[in-house]
Design a protein around this ligand. Structure first.
Ligand code: GLN
Length: 242
């Protein structure tokens, strides 16, 4: 956390990568900081803005269409502020189209291949039909537990040898290769899960916040009814009842 103790949450290109409501992740981060008395601001970086600054404390990229992804790569290649911040260990969350943009390369539904910005070692190819529906996956991140979310994508994503998935799929498609979901590299977390994912998975939210502030955060109250409801939904989805 840098500038005068106001944590800066960058929403990167919501006019391009904002199709699925992933901006909600910024609001969730801000609210959980506020509940702990930590001030924050949301910095919105539009495609008509100056290049991405490297001075933010968390970067969020949402999902979008193939054409939007190509425009996002062009924008992010100017100035390279996101790349500098990520290499310095600042947390980055990329969802779906955002995941593909952060990867090495992706092929779009029209068959054309495009470079990503190469922050994570994955390659995406169109699958046979869209993957749409609820996903549950056991996270590889310590203390995060089972993730839930909603996927809607054509691309299937293969991890390079040695790349670490975000989760192991229990229900749903996820990356579409090897029954894994997303990819994690240092403090870069990429996933196919919309939701927004941080609203549905507070333990992941707090993990990202702890990376951003560089230490442990105060526990927030748990809501047993909500935990039970989410567990029940997970079981129902897993058994095909939901
Ligand atoms: N255009 C990408 C795909 O279909 C990403 C879609 C999304 O972000 N939901 O694979």
């Amino acid at each position: 956390m840098t500038s005068e103790s106001v944590l800066r949450i960058a929403v990167v290109l919501p006019d391009l990568l904002g199709t699925y409501g992933d901006r909600g992740n910024a609001i969730v981060l801000q609210r959980r900081l506020e509940w702990r008395g930590i001030p924050s601001e949301i910095v919105t970086i539009l495609s008509a803005s100056d290049p991405v600054p490297d001075s933010c404390d968390i970067y969020l990229l949402g999902g979008g269409e193939d054409v939007a992804q190509q425009a996002a790569v062009r924008f992010l290649s100017r100035g390279r502020g996101l790349q500098r911040a990520a290499h310095a260990g600042v947390p980055v969350l990329g969802i779906c189209g955002g995941l593909q943009v952060l990867g090495t390369r992706f092929r779009t539904g029209d068959g054309a291949q495009h470079d990503g910005i190469g922050l994570v070692d994955v390659v995406s190819e169109p699958g046979h039909g869209r993957a749409i529906g609820e996903v549950t996956a056991d996270s590889t991140l310590a203390g995060v537990g089972t993730l839930t979310g909603f996927e809607n994508h054509l691309g299937r994503t293969e991890l390079a040898d040695g790349a670490r998935p975000l989760g192991h799929v229990r229900h749903g498609i996820g990356n579409g290769y090897g029954e894994v979901e997303g990819v994690v590299s240092g403090h870069i977390v990429c996933t196919y899960l919309h939701g927004p994912i941080l609203a549905r998975n507070p333990a992941l939210t707090d993990t990202i916040l702890e990376w951003a502030v560089g230490g442990a955060l105060a526990e927030l109250p748990e809501f047993p009814e909500l935990t039970a409801l989410r567990a029940e939904r997970t079981r129902a989805v897993g058994s095909g009842r939901a």
